[in-house]
Structure formats: structure tokens, C-alpha cells
Design a protein around this ligand. Structure first.
Ligand SMILES: Nc1ncnc2c1ncn2[C@@H]1O[C@H](COP(=O)(O)O)[C@@H](OP(=O)(O)O)[C@H]1O
Ligand SMILES: [Mg+2]
Ligand SMILES: [Mg+2]
Ligand SMILES: [Mg+2]
Length: 391
């Protein structure tokens, strides 16, 4: 919105005082009816952010419980052979249920990774029962939604509340109920990632990272895992990025690393070599003179850790043919950009979340601070060209 009349704005529209500009001579009829004009307005998503934090923290509680006692029967394989667990389903049901409860009078649209298709197959009754039990136990332990026990049907309906296709119009929640399911199953890092799109743009993001230490993981990731764990990152457009403990400590503002010399930068990449070409990122790191070995972590925890400066670069270079989904990057990208970082594809374009479930983009996702981006982008381009010419 470029010019708007303040009197027409609904109460949820919060206009930052510094953005209000008075125009001395209104030119159009609409403008004449307004006493004050603004050159730019910023929506406040405070209510939505509070609801998203609450929903993600609730889902994290369910996931933590399951991860402690994960049974072989809790893990299933989807059509693309990727794993899904009772916690992925339970987390999605909880977030979907909580958001619908928080905003009962608003249209609800959720683009989420899971659906109940596999749960309608033969032999899944026990799994459904277990998911429903987990959801009910978590809601009861929280107490704030004042619900009587949900049935299996309620839970399946909540999971399928996430079937929206998203797009460039209106508002859509975007959820990865467990990002890094492979890490979750291994007992490692994972995140509950929830974002809100408004007119195709990510306007808020929350990352619950139950296994991420509150202290920096720079340098010695393995040993730092003995520190207190459980972080909640959150960001709202124009309002910065904050981190608090999942146990509810006061939030602290975070900033990406200020490192300018690539030799001093450390970089994150996927733990899974099938998700990102480790050999290519190693070529890029060599070109830059990066000395530290790569820090390999599952999920959008990488975005969270980067937003607080634990590392300065995140390289995601999927193998040919892979299509990135919006729920794998929506929350993480705003957490990093609001902390002062940049997130682009390997051609330097910003990520476009307005095209539905998939990110329509040039291969690769590159994340770093403003200072390092030009040299990093150069190294990425050169390495991609060398790889292409060697084939
Ligand atoms: N072949 C592939 N290439 C790139 N990403 C992949 C992939 N297969 C799965 N993924 C995605 O990688 C995500 C995990 O990210 P990371 O590699 O950073 O740990 C997975 O999220 P889920 O675990 O939610 O399915 C999944 O969406
Ligand atoms: Mg998955
Ligand atoms: Mg994911
Ligand atoms: Mg997932």
C-alpha cells in the first residue's frame, strides 16, 4: 500500500509514527476526504504472532514427549520414502486446532506438510489412537483451550485443515509440523516451523527448536548440547527477531553474525547428504577460504542458529530435480532476514512464497549476512559453473 487514509484503517492496522507523512495538497477526491496520508504503513501481526508462538510451543511439548520414547511403530514411510511419525501428525493437529481456536471468526487457511491419507489405510487404527491420545494429553497439560476430549475424527479433521494451496492472495498459515523428521528420529535436531503469509509475503515466523542449546553452538556443537536446550525464535516483519527459552524466559533480540572475513566464517548445511550437495559446499567454502569444518544440522534450526550469529553462512544445494516446499523455508527465512541477514536462491533472487506449495526458484538457497553475500554469491556462481562444465 503506498498511500492510505488513516481513518479507513481497521484497529489491527498499526501505523508506525515515523512512516506517517503529511501531504499539504491532496490531489484526488479520495485524498481530499482524508486529513492525514501515509507514504507507507506497516501492519501489526502481534495477535497472530502470539497465537503462533503458543501453538508452536504446544506442538513442541508433544514432540519432546514422543522423541523421548520413540517406538519403531511410531515411524512410517510416505510415498516418497521420507519418514513421518506420530509426532508429525500430532504436531500438525495441535497447531491447526489451536490456530482455529484462536481466530474462530476469520477465514482459516493452512498450507502444511502432512495430511491424513496414510492414516486411512488398513492397520492404522492403533496409530490414530496414539496420535489422538498424544494430542489430548498435550491439550490437557496446557489447559488453556478448555476442550473436552477430541475424537479421532476431530484429530484427522484438524490434520486435514492443512490442505490449503497458499498463493498470492489473502492470508495463509504455513506449517512444517516437524522439520527434520530424520533428525527427530535419530534423536537430533528438528524444528516446528510456523509462518504467516499475507498477500504472498512472509509476515511472521516462529521456529520452536526443542533440542537447540540456549547458548551458542558456534565452534563446539557436540559438547554444547549438554547445556540447557529448547529455543523459540520469532520474527515479525519490520520488528526484528527474538529468541526465548521454550520454558518461557524473556525474549532477547538476536542479530546475525557481523563477520566480514570469509576465513573467519563458519557454515551450516544439512546433516543429510541426500538433501544438499556436501561436495559442492566444500568447494565453495574452499574458494572463500573458510577454515572451520561445516556444521551439519537437520532442519530450520540452521536458520535459527544463524539468526543469532552461531555461524555466518547456510548453504543448501539440493540434488538435481528436487523442488523446495514453502514450509521448509518460510519461518526460517523471516527469522534470518529480520535479524539482519539475507536469504536468496543461488541466482541471488529473493525467495518467492506466493506461488503455492512449491518455491519456484533457481536451484539452491544461500543465506548469510549483508557483508559476506557478494563474495559468497560469486563463489557459488563459479562453483556451479565449474560443476556444470565438468559434466
Ligand atoms: N532430496 C532432498 N533434497 C532436499 N531437501 C529434501 C530432500 N528430501 C527431503 N528434503 C527436505 O529436507 C527437509 C529437512 O531439511 P534439512 O535437510 O535441512 O534437515 C525435509 O523436511 P521434513 O523433515 O519436514 O520432511 C524435507 O522437506
Ligand atoms: Mg517430511
Ligand atoms: Mg521440512
Ligand atoms: Mg516435516
Amino acid at each position: 500500500m503506498t498511500v492510505a487514509c488513516v481513518r479507513t484503517i481497521t484497529p489491527v492496522l498499526h501505523i508506525k509514527p515515523q512512516l506517517i507523512s503529511l501531504v499539504s495538497k491532496p490531489k484526488t477526491k479520495t485524498q481530499q476526504s482524508c486529513s492525514v496520508f501515509v507514504s507507507s504503513v506497516v501492519m501489526s501481526y502481534d495477535k497472530e504472532l502470539a497465537a503462533a508462538k503458543k501453538a508452536a510451543a504446544l506442538a513442541a511439548r508433544l514432540c519432546q514427549k514422543v522423541q523421548k520414547t520413540l517406538l519403531q511403530s511410531d515411524v512410517q514411510s510416505k510415498n516418497d520414502r521420507s519418514p513421518v511419525t506420530v509426532a508429525d501428525y500430532g504436531s500438525q493437529a495441535l497447531v491447526s486446532f489451536a490456530l482455529q481456536r484462536e481466530f474462530p471468526y476469520e477465514p482459516f487457511s493452512l498450507v502444511a506438510e502432512e495430511d491424513s491419507k496414510h492414516l486411512h489405510k488398513d492397520g492404522t487404527q492403533e496409530t490414530i489412537d496414539r496420535i489422538t491420545r498424544l494430542v489430548n494429553e498435550t491439550l490437557a497439560s496446557d489447559g488453556s483451550y478448555n476442550v473436552s476430549t477430541l475424537s479421532n475424527e476431530d484429530v484427522l479433521r484438524a490434520i486435514d485443515g492443512g490442505k490449503s494451496e497458499g498463493g498470492s492472495q489473502g492470508r495463509h498459515w504455513v506449517l512444517d509440523p516437524i522439520d527434520g523428521t530424520k533428525g527427530f528420529v535419530r534423536g537430533d535436531q528438528y524444528a516446528i516451523a510456523l509462518a504467516l503469509l499475507d498477500e504472498g509475503k512472509v509476515v511472521l515466523g516462529v521456529l520452536a527448536c526443542p533440542n537447540l542449546p540456549l547458548a551458542s553452538i558456534a565452534g563446539d556443537y557436540k559438547h554444547s548440547s549438554e547445556n540447557e536446550v529448547g529455543c523459540l525464535f520469532f520474527a515479525q516483519v519490520g520488528a526484528g527477531t527474538y529468541m526465548q527459552s521454550l520454558n518461557g524466559s524473556s525474549p532477547v533480540k538476536v542479530q546475525v553474525s557481523a563477520v566480514e572475513n570469509p576465513e573467519e566464517a563458519s557454515f551450516f548445511e544439512s546433516y543429510e547428504a541426500a538433501h544438499s550437495m556436501h561436495d559442492l559446499s566444500s568447494t565453495i567454502a574452499k574458494k572463500l577460504g573458510v577454515k572451520a569444518p561445516p556444521v551439519r544440522i537437520d532442519s530450520q534450526v540452521k536458520y535459527g542458529a544463524l539468526s543469532r550469529g552461531d555461524g555466518a553462512i547456510y548453504l543448501r544445494l539440493p540434488h538435481k530435480g528436487y523442488r523446495e516446499k514453502i514450509w521448509d523455508h518460510a519461518a526460517g527465512s523471516i527469522v534470518v532476514t529480520e535479524a539482519g541477514g539475507i536469504v536468496t536462491d543461488a541466482a541471488g533472487n529473493p525467495l518467492d512464497f506466493s506461488k503455492g506449495k512449491y518455491l519456484d526458484m533457481y536451484v539452491g538457497i544461500i543465506v548469510t549476512n549483508q557483508k559476506l553475500m557478494p563474495v559468497l554469491m560469486k563463489a557459488v556462481r563459479e562453483s556451479l559453473e565449474e560443476k556444470a562444465s565438468s559434466l
